[in-house]
Design a binder for this molecule. Structure first.
Ligand code: B12
Length: 224
């Protein structure tokens, strides 16, 4: 039963039918499908298919844009159903998407997961410059700077942020974690990040793990 509705949801997402996605998401929740399954099996699976088809020129930018809107609709409905496991403040995190990159779905999912799992989270949006990351981190006194990037042309700014922290003698002040579609653990380690996680759910364990360590004292990757 749940497989049937998730398949319908995946197809509606692939087709960028935001209203239908909304209706099917509500229906899936009413039928007791787990919110995390709705996000992953109904939403992310379709976005991954679209990404592949976009590379092969089977679909084009307008289809990606419609699917992006449909995914945001799904998340808006599912978010209140993600369980709040505890209210203990585990740490303060600032999150944004790197300069030049406007993809916000993955970043927002990470922010939501951290928030519902007891982190204080400041989402500073997309197209965030290194200056902005560093300035806001300072103002807000965060423990972790989280940078998302889906474009190979923007991922350089992750490295730039870590380099600036080193140059300014502030590397020991913040953990820097990175993620997003094209980012892989070897790259994250090579640029000197403190952590990487492949998924938003893994990011919660990653941040909890890092809160026990000093920034810059070793790399942690959650690739589950
Ligand atoms: C939807 C989409 C769009 C939408 C974005 C809508 C929105 N509001 O975000 C629109 C249409 C706007 C778009 C535009 C473009 N896109 Co686009 N897009 C996608 C698509 C299909 C899905 C992305 C997505 O949301 N995935 C679902 C989320 C949940 O996954 P995620 O972001 O990876 O996040 C997960 C993890 O990575 C992790 N995570 C994410 N961030 C972080 C951060 C941290 C700190 C951690 C620990 C973990 C973490 O947790 C998340 C949840 O599990 C991808 C293909 C793909 N499969 O990724 C292409 C893709 C990313 N886009 C691509 C391209 C080329 C573009 C454009 C340049 C196209 C163009 N010619 O204009 C523009 C760029 C605009 C810009 N400057 O940003 C390429 C990038 C290629 C590359 N490697 O550089 C891809 C891979 C498609 C492809 N195969 O070619 N896109």
């Amino acid at each position: 039963m749940s497989e049937e509705i998730l398949k319908k949801l995946e197809e509606a997402m692939y087709d960028g039918e935001a209203d239908l996605v909304g209706t099917l998401t509500e229906q899936a929740l009413n039928e007791g499908v787990a919110p995390t399954d709705i996000i992953e099996k109904g939403g992310i699976v379709a976005l991954d298919r679209l990404g592949k088809d976009f590379s092969e020129m089977i679909v084009f930018l307008p289809q990606l844009m419609l699917a992006g809107d449909a995914m945001n609709k799904l998340l808006q409905i599912v978010k209140p159903h993600l369980s709040e496991k505890d209210n203990i403040a585990h740490g303060k995190v600032i999150i944004g998407t790197a300069k030049g990159d406007f993809h916000d779905i993955g970043k927002s999912l990470v922010a939501t997961q951290l928030a519902v799992n007891g982190f204080e989270i400041m989402d500073i949006g997309t197209n965030v410059s290194t200056n902005e990351f560093l300035q806001k981190a300072e103002e807000m006194g965060v423990d972790i700077i989280a940078i998302s990037s889906l474009l190979t042309t923007s991922q350089y700014y992750m490295e730039d942020c870590i380099k600036r922290l080193k140059d300014e003698g502030k590397r020991g002040k913040y953990h820097v974690i990175v993620g997003g579609g094209p980012i892989r653990p070897p790259y994250a380690e090579q640029i000197g990040a403190d952590g990487y996680s492949r998924t938003a759910y893994g990011c919660v364990s990653l941040c909890k793990e890092l809160m026990k360590k000093e920034p810059g004292s070793g790399f942690v990757a959650i690739d589950e």
